[in-house]
Design a protein around this ligand. Sequence first.
Ligand SMILES: Nc1ncnc2c1ncn2[C@@H]1O[C@H](COP(=O)(O)OP(=O)(O)OP(=O)(O)O)[C@@H](O)[C@H]1O
Ligand SMILES: [Mg+2]
Length: 389
Amino acid sequence: MSRVLLFTGKGGVGKTTAAAATATLAARSGHKTLVVSTDTAHSLADTLGATAGAEPTEVSPGLHLHQVDTQKALERQWGDLRDYARGFFAELGLDEVTAEEITVLPGAEEVIALLELREQARSGRWDVIVIDCAPTAETLRLLALPEALDWHVNRLLPVGRRLLRTLSPLIRRVAQVSVPEDHVVGAGERLHRGLLEVRELLTGPDASVRLVLTPEAVVLAEARRTLTSLSLYGYRVDAVIANRVFPAEGADPWRQRWVEAQAGHLAEVEQSFAPLPVHTVPYLDAEPVGPAALIRVAEAMYGESDPFAPPTVDPPLRITPEGELLLALPFAEKGEVDLARKGDELIVNAGSYRRVLALPAALARRSVREAVLRDGLLRVRFQSGGPDD
Ligand SMILES: Nc1ncnc2c1ncn2[C@@H]1O[C@H](COP(=O)(O)OP(=O)(O)OP(=O)(O)O)[C@@H](O)[C@H]1O
Ligand SMILES: [Mg+2]
């Protein structure tokens, strides 16, 4: 299995730089490395000082860059889905949707890039896969998508398909709207399965997220919310990267004020994200572009630690042998977390994020006895018998 490393954080904090530096170090350490961006801007290639090709291209010894061509990938993979959308929109009296327009949908580009990534992960070619993710909110929504979809698709597809078979001639006549043909539902299912596999890969035992921030109050507040929601959705975060730390030596009064303010925020980061390691990167005197500068960033970032070792942090969601469900929700406050039970599922809301958890068979038939949130850990206890006793 490949070691998968994801980089996320607020816009502009240095995600691409941290991802490129980590990938450069991986290749330099002898790992066969793939670095991928879900970002359509070509920042990753620019940062590496390289030109990307449509397929993974070797940009320095052992380091391959994949800049997904979302248009091509879309045409290749989801042509029939696009055809359906096109017909559907046309019948609603809207202009035809083109493949170009589908990729304008929020998150579509990243979804496609991640689907392509799944194929790379499957190929077994890579020791390390580094993913430069979109800024916080988008990445989160995107990462939550497969599971949320799973919930809907599981409910809708089997019934929907049966219904469609019986009703489609009627719907066609009454609503004058196209109903998906069987092969289109097939494409929908395929897409759905693909997304679930991506999620399995990104939440699996060999994957972890590195949260990039700069030591500033606003960035820190967002990083906290990001950690809560990543945890809610089952992604392990194994390190925090504090980028653009002003060096203290030789500071003039202006810089001295930044140094002091950042020191305060850094202490807060260390304390509140503990036990996660916090790797700091100094504010350099030039943009770190190209392999030589990136190696220096990586060395400053990781020091003596091995950034490619398997993650040692626990997965956020665990079920104890006693049948208790434990979900890490770091920084979550009591007032913003609530639970609902719906059939075999437990719905957890934390702030503005929601996760629908399919309960394992052993718990699915038991009602919730007690749920406690303490020190960022949600502990749910179930009744010992079935839901009716
Ligand atoms: N430690 C550093 N010292 C100096 N410049 C830096 C440092 N880290 C990043 N930069 C520069 O800051 C800019 C933004 O960095 P980067 O592109 O990595 O951020 P990002 O989080 O990927 O941004 P976006 O959210 O737009 O994708 C780049 O010009 C980069 O070269
Ligand atoms: Mg970037």
